[in-house]
Design a protein around this ligand. Structure first.
Ligand code: NBP
Length: 480
């Protein structure tokens, strides 16, 4: 093709290939490069007649692009500290000598936001522009329209806007992409999005486990999720849960889910979210419980051994099935709200600390389509922040306050029922614990302060004296 390409992509694995086909399908000519040339050749051969240019060398690739060049990198990103160097850095280093001032490099992988900030600074020093963009939606999203969370200078976003908006998912005619903020804001928000995804998935699994223990067949549970997907909890994850539970193993006719080993891994983003929450002193107990549930699940050998040693109650759930479905629905919905409240609190706290100028309502709105956590109720989050951009916690928005008030009796009953029957519900109960702690006018931290003053003379404030005045008590000696 003699014409220069509008867009270039490096890294033709699952995500890269699908994104290329998406960009091309919107009328853009795309150049592609992959470290292993055979992959490029196969990809080009598989898609004849498309506006694609397959480059065998990086020089050829760069030369095939119209200026300012727009190059998206979709390679494995596994640097977990800003001092680490990974494939994204390797590609950037190879690109730098070939690029010209104002060319744009986009990292669309799941990079750690601190590595994004380092790269942003590094490329700016070289006169190049950088965007760290979180891309959510997996393979299907990449092909049909993902949710995109780009960070970097607003002026660079303006150049990329036409392409990003045309390839992103659309909800009510609105593209699921906005300029998130400067520096690492895009990858940061993608990281928390993934943390929320962990929470959503674990909560759904806990609901399934309660039904299973209550004697529902897998087909019955599938129907519950399919029905829920027609209601207020409509979401991609609820939808695929129903479909996954319906699926039968062709060999045995057994539901495939029941044949899958109960061991889950957890990749970087969940852990990073926890670490970041601790650094910012923000409670994300639901997401925390979800990450830890995966960790415990992976210790299968230890669990099997312990199941023979540690006792628990015999499961005996006699609740009417329809009643239980409603109760678990409410517990799931309320817990999900808490998970989002916590995730958004973390985004808000970090956004303020970093001066990113984040718009939480618009961030929730671009999660409505394309991404894994897409859900009907995200509209309500957008509305809540539109009504009050300064909202201190999502739970306090009128819609959610009301929802938590209406669902809480059932939520409490489900946590009690599960606990009495020895069914683990770490994310349901962490969510409820957060709700009850957050709304408590007085917590037992008075005793905690007494303990601290007792052993370490840490001092305390008094309820009957002005704030900011500190006191110490001469506690009795206990070591003889
Ligand atoms: P992978 O994360 O599996 O990466 C494979 C690609 O990286 C191949 O093109 C490979 O080239 C290239 N690569 C590697 Br590995 N090391 C390289 C190096 N030193 N120099 C140049 N290229 C190198 O691909 P993916 O699953 O498509 O994901 C791409 C990015 O998108 C990742 O950051 C991922 O976390 C993120 N992401 C993935 C999903 C998903 O659902 N998979 C969703 C959202 C985001 P080769 O062919 O020569 O080995």
């Amino acid at each position: 093709m003699s014409q220069k390409s509008d867009f270039g992509l490096i890294g033709l694995a699952v995500m890269g290939q699908n994104l290329v086909l998406n960009v091309e399908s919107r009328g853009f000519q795309v150049s592609v490069f992959n470290r292993t040339t055979a992959t490029t050749d196969e990809f080009i051969a598989k898609h004849p007649g498309k506006k694609l240019v397959g480059a065998k060398t990086l020089e050829e690739f760069v030369q095939s692009l119209a200026t300012p060049r727009k190059i998206q990198i979709m390679v494995k990103s596994n640097a977990v500290k800003d001092s680490d160097r990974d494939a994204v850095d390797a590609v950037i280093e190879q690109l730098i000598p070939l690029l010209e001032k104002d060319d744009i490099v986009i990292d669309g992988g799941n990079s750690y936001y601190l590595t994004t900030e380092r790269r942003d600074k590094y490329l700016a020093e070289k006169g190049l522009r950088f965007i760290g963009a979180g891309v959510s939606g997996g393979e299907e999203g990449a092909r049909k329209g993902p949710s995109i969370m780009p960070g970097g200078p607003a002026s660079t976003w303006e150049v990329m806007k036409p392409i990003f908006e045309s390839i992103s998912a659309k909800v009510d005619g609105e593209p699921c992409v906005i300029h998130i903020g400067t520096g690492g804001a895009g990858h940061y928000v993608k990281m928390i999005h993934n943390g929320i995804e962990y929470g959503d998935m674990q909560l759904i699994c806990e609901a399934y486990n309660i039904f299973k223990n209550a004697g529902f067949t897998t087909d019955e549970i599938a129907k519950v999720f399919t029905d829920w997907n027609d209601g207020d909890m409509q979401s991609y994850l609820i939808q695929i849960t129903g479909k996954a539970l319906e699926q039968k193993d062709p060999e045995t006719g057994t539901p495939i889910v029941e044949l899958i080993v109960d061991k889950a891994g957890q990749k970087g983003t969940g852990q990073w979210t926890l670490l970041n929450a601790a650094e910012n002193a923000v409670v994300i107990s639901t997401i925390n419980a979800a990450v830890e549930a995966r960790i415990l699940s992976s210790k299968k050998k230890a669990r099997v051994a312990a199941s023979k040693e540690l006792t628990g109650p015999t499961v005996n759930i006699t609740t009417d099935k329809a009643e239980l479905v409603q109760k678990v629905h409410d517990a799931l919905y309320a817990s999900k709200v808490i998970s989002y409240a916590q995730g958004l609190d973390l985004i808000k706290t970090m956004g303020e600390a970093k001066n990113w100028g984040l718009d939480l309502g618009r961030i929730a709105s671009i999660w409505r389509g394309g991404c894994i956590i897409r859900a009907r109720f995200l509209n309500k989050i957008t509305d809540a922040y539109r009504e009050n951009a300064e909202l201190s916690n999502l739970m306090l928005a009128p819609f959610f306050k009301d929802l938590l008030s209406k669902t809480q009796q059932n939520w409490r009953e489900v946590v009690s029922l599960a606990t009495l029957n020895g069914i683990p519900v770490p994310a349901f109960s962490a969510s409820l614990g957060y709700y009850d702690s957050y709304r408590a006018e007085r917590l037992p931290a008075n005793l905690l302060q007494a303990q601290r003053d007792f052993f370490g003379a840490h001092t305390y404030e008094r309820t009957d004296k002005p704030e900011g005045e500190f006191f110490h008590t001469e506690w009795p000696e206990v070591i003889g």
